[in-house]
Design a protein around this ligand. Structure first.
Ligand code: HEC
Length: 243
């Protein structure tokens, strides 16, 4: 390849630089979005996103259920005594059997819950039968396969195009070939590692949350290399000696 970034006409240099800066912004705000939203996942919204946030985001917090969370949260006021609440929690802990439901939980639901569920502000959330209440106390398994598949599709597509454009520009820098190959491949490697690790965290083990974290760092580094390296070549590098 004989054309190098430093040899381009200045209008094209400006256009490419603006594009690189816009991509830098896109990435920056993706990070801010991640930090602001994902860090709340484990219920602790202070500091940066942690491994535990990633685990909860993809694998779910299996010790939590919607029913259990609600009777300790916004639905607490509808249960008159602490014993009622503990009785429901105990039923969840004991494996949600139908016997215990009929014996203890059903009367609590009928007394305090079913006047609003199904017909409150949440008509979609009935709590009238054993099956319905059982469902409401399913352990939190994170996003459904369908939801994560959809997210993966958008993300892989968008990030793939993003990485290709950045890598494509970086190939026209004058860095030595090993560094250029590395700069070109790293963004794609990070994206593959990132997405694969989401699925492994969801389906196999929370341990893979560390790989998600690592891939996130790698993505950041690879984009920074491509963007800053290309800007360096466009405006700072002067010697263009290379065939
Ligand atoms: C006065 C009406 C009312 C009563 C009584 C009531 N709820 Fe609710 N419930 C709501 C509303 C409104 C929401 C949606 C807002 C929210 O999630 O806080 C809701 C949400 C829920 C949800 C989450 C549903 C979802 O789609 O996310 C659960 C579970 C729940 N309630 C359980 C209960 C239980 C158990 C009781 C009885 C102890 C109860 N509710 C009593 C009105 C009520």
């Amino acid at each position: 390849m004989s054309v190098r970034l430093s040899q381009l006409p200045v209008e094209l240099k400006i256009a490419i630089s603006c594009f690189l800066l816009a991509m830098g912004y896109a990435y920056l705000f993706a990070q801010i979005n991640l930090q602001v939203n994902t860090r709340k996942a484990d219920g602790d919204a202070t500091g940066l996103a942690t491994i535990q946030d990633i685990v909860v985001t993809y694998h779910g917090d299996r010790s939590q259920t919607l029913l259990g969370t609600k009777i300790n949260g916004t639905m607490r006021e509808h249960l008159p005594t602490e014993e009622d609440k503990i009785a429901i929690e105990q039923w969840i802990k004991n494996g949600r059997t139908e016997e215990e439901y009929l014996e203890i939980v059903q009367q609590l639901m009928d007394a305090y819950c079913t006047n609003c569920h199904p017909y409150g502000d949440r008509p979609e959330y009935p709590l009238e039968t054993y099956e319905q209440v059982y469902q409401s106390a399913e352990p939190d398994r994170g996003p459904s396969i369908g939801k994560l598949a959809k997210f993966t599709h958008f993300h892989a597509f968008g990030m793939g195009v993003f990485a290709f454009l950045l890598s494509g520009i970086f190939t026209f820098t004058s860095f030595s070939p090993p560094l250029r190959y590395f700069g070109v491949v790293l963004p794609f490697l990070s994206i593959f590692l990132d997405i694969t690790s989401w699925w492994l965290t969801k389906l196999v083990s929370p341990v893979f949350a560390y790989a998600v974290y690592l891939a996130g760092l790698m993505t950041g580094v690879s984009f920074a290399v491509a963007i800053l390296g290309s800007l360096y070549d466009l405006w700072i590098r002067t010697s263009t000696v290379e065939s």
